[in-house]
Design a protein around this ligand. Structure first.
Ligand code: SF4
Length: 375
């Protein structure tokens, strides 16, 4: 831990906190940093950190994953997707492929990629074969997809888009009147692209303290100290604790590319349901590359059911910050990273997987706060 981080931790420990304060850290990357650094274990007992809906793999709706699986199994095409998406399970009979990984094992041409440009390369290498890019992710992932589209893609490359904006999910929690947290740590990477202003509504509409954080312990502790001070002083505001990367207005070029290539639409979130203005779809100019318009439909409306998770899986409650990962009955028993039951145990940004990888083994629902030590 850096000297600066240690000083911030000492400052937090020295605060006179009158009551339990719950801080939601929205971003899966933040959750990973917090868990790997063991920050929960060194904070005062009155401070709780709750992981939020910031894992794109966890909230990717089941119907989109199902559609990708069926396209790959039934159509003469190559399907490419970011690696984490390959292991996301859907609810189908055990006799059928339950993930893209299992569809691949069953003979479908499915390939993991790390960047949109790999999708372009694969399409260029096989001009006579259709390539479908299953593009799921938040603003930080969809901005490079927007850049890819604006630059121009081969005719045989189609996009099955499942992009989401993060702030509407937090707005949904706050608008519910029972968010279950007292302050917010806003996602640094998203703010880098979209600008910190996107999170002003947390303060202006809900009077809740908020701070944008980076991914080092020092930046995260600075954001925690900021929101705790705001609560203590009774003066909520939005503070940018990631000034090395987050600028007012975000990244103008990335935002312009998003505006040119993507419309903002209502969208379904796995475990949460439809959220107004929370999804991306290709603009009219790029519709000829929309896989949903160009290929046979395998869309299954029944899969849109709110809260659709595998039986026994509490991912919906985990992504909404209602419970900790180790409060799920299946955590570490039926569900482990090697054989995940729900999407939160799949992704590197999924809270269940992060906690398991971080060594959290206790499933005591009464004392769910893990006791890992800071490094
Ligand atoms: S432990 Fe597994 S089953 Fe339980 S919420 Fe997490 S991913 Fe779902």
């Amino acid at each position: 831990m850096s000297v600066g981080a240690r000083q911030l931790l000492d400052a937090i420990r020295g605060m006179d906190l009158p009551r339990k304060i719950k801080i939601m850290n929205v971003c899966g990357g933040h959750e990973r940093s917090i868990s790997h650094a063991g920050l929960r274990g060194v904070l005062p007992p009155q401070v709780e950190l709750i992981p939020g809906p910031g894992c794109p793999v966890c909230i990717c709706p089941e119907e989109d994953v199902y559609e990708a699986i069926q396209l790959a199994l039934n159509e003469p095409l190559t399907l490419v997707a970011f690696g984490d998406m390959l292991r996301v399970p859907v609810n189908v009979p055990r006799s059928e492929p339950r993930s893209l990984e299992q569809a691949k094992a069953a003979g479908a041409d499915i390939r993991p990629i790390a960047t949109p440009m790999e999708a372009v390369r694969i399409a260029c290498e096989q001009p006579d074969r259709q390539v479908v890019f299953f593009a799921a992710g938040f603003e930080t992932t969809i901005a490079p997809v927007a850049a890819m589209m604006a630059e121009g893609v081969p005719d045989n490359l189609l996009v099955l888009l499942s992009g989401r904006l993060t702030w509407p999910a937090v707005a949904l929690l706050l608008d519910s009147g029972e968010p279950g947290f007292d302050a917010l740590i806003a996602p640094g990477h998203v703010a880098t692209v979209m600008g910190p202003e996107e999170w002003e509504f947390v303060v202006s509409r809900h009077g809740m303290p908020a701070a944008v954080a980076g991914f080092e312990s020092e930046s995260l502790l600075a954001a925690m100290y900021s929101v705790l001070r705001q609560i203590q002083d009774g003066e909520p505001r939005l503070e940018n604790c990631y000034t090395s990367a987050v600028r007012p207005g975000g990244n103008p070029m990335a935002r312009a590319l998003l505006a040119r290539t993507m419309d903002v639409v209502d969208a379904n979130w796995r475990g949460i349901g439809s959220i107004a203005g929370s999804g991306f779809s290709l603009t009219q100019e790029y519709r000829e590359h929309d896989a949903r318009l160009r290929l046979p439909s395998y869309h299954d409306e029944a899969r849109k059911r709110v809260g659709e998770m595998p039986p026994g899986c509490d991912c919906a409650s985990v992504v909404l910050g209602k419970i900790y990962p180790n409060q799920c009955r299946l955590y570490g028993k039926a569900c482990v990273p090697r054989s995940p039951i729900g999407p939160c145990m799949v992704s590197d940004e999924g809270a269940c997987r992060i906690w398991w990888s971080g060594g959290v083994r206790n499933g005591d629902a009464e004392n769910a706060k893990p006791t890992l030590r800071a490094q």
